[in-house]
Ligand binder design. Structure first.
Ligand SMILES: C[S@@+](CC[C@H](N)C(=O)[O-])C[C@H]1O[C@@H](n2cnc3c(N)ncnc32)[C@H](O)[C@@H]1O
Length: 223
């Protein structure tokens, strides 16, 4: 496949043109987790190898048995294009839930259908989000480079935590800051005022992974 044949937003523009497996070969399996259409036609989805031929429902049920204790939230007042990519990263790092604060409809383009495997919850306001999380003893941390923010790099990161991100341009709204249990920044050393919101989200999520994830288990996919 040459570059002109690729989808306009190819998830792996420099990777193999096709991933996955072809139609099932050999005796027909009886495992109820398998999808009959995928078995017959092949499975070219962007999923890790252990989920080949599984239905979406079976994959979600399996992910639900070992989701991590961190959540991710983002304000959605302008249909920020970063929301989709944050959902995709939340899927990769197996967030408990993703929360959309503000407008219900969000820009799904960057999610590359990973939202189908993730629990995405809507809240009208950041105060509603905070109340929902506090009911389950989850602390809400605003992530933004605001005056007075503490350092994400040196904080004692709680295990049960939700990272809340602002949008490109305005950053975290005043009401969101007020709803948070604290705000934390990622140290920068260059000239730009900020990094991209989805890049900041990936850094924050990986901070949790470094602290708490089981890197030795079979679920730690490295390709
Ligand atoms: C482009 S920034 C917004 C504005 C930023 N507060 C400013 O002063 O320009 C968009 C979002 O990305 C995240 N972000 C970007 N750079 C960050 C950093 N250095 N530390 C923490 N969060 C950051 C925050 O969630 C922020 O709300």
């Amino acid at each position: 496949m040459d570059d002109e044949q690729r989808a306009p937003y190819d998830p792996m523009p420099h990777g193999p043109a096709e991933v996955g497996v072809g139609p099932w070969e050999g005796p027909w399996p009886t495992d109820p987790r398998y999808d009959a259409v995928l078995l017959a036609e092949g499975d070219r989805r962007n999923v890790v190898d252990r989920y080949r031929y599984w239905t979406v429902e079976a994959i979600v049920a399996d992910l639900d048995t070992h989701r991590h204790d961190f959540h991710v939230a983002i304000e959605n007042w302008q249909h920020d294009f970063n929301i989709g990519t944050i959902v995709r990263t939340a899927n990769a790092f197996l967030a408990a839930e993703v929360h959309i604060v503000g407008n219900r409809h969000w820009n799904r383009r960057g999610a590359m259908v990973t939202d189908r495997y993730q629990h995405v919850r809507h809240h009208a306001t950041a105060a509603d989000l905070a109340a929902y999380l506090h009911d389950s003893d989850v602390r809400l941390l605003g992530i933004d480079n605001l005056p007075g923010s503490s350092h994400l790099e040196t904080m004692d990161l709680p295990r049960r935590v939700c990272f809340l991100f602002g949008q490109e341009g305005p950053g975290l709204s005043e009401t969101a800051r007020e709803a948070c249990d604290g705000t934390f920044s990622i140290a920068q050393f260059g000239s730009t005022r900020s990094i991209n919101a989805s890049a900041a989200a990936a850094i924050a999520m990986h901070t949790w992974i470094r602290e708490y994830a089981d890197l030795g288990g079979e679920d730690a996919w490295r390709g």
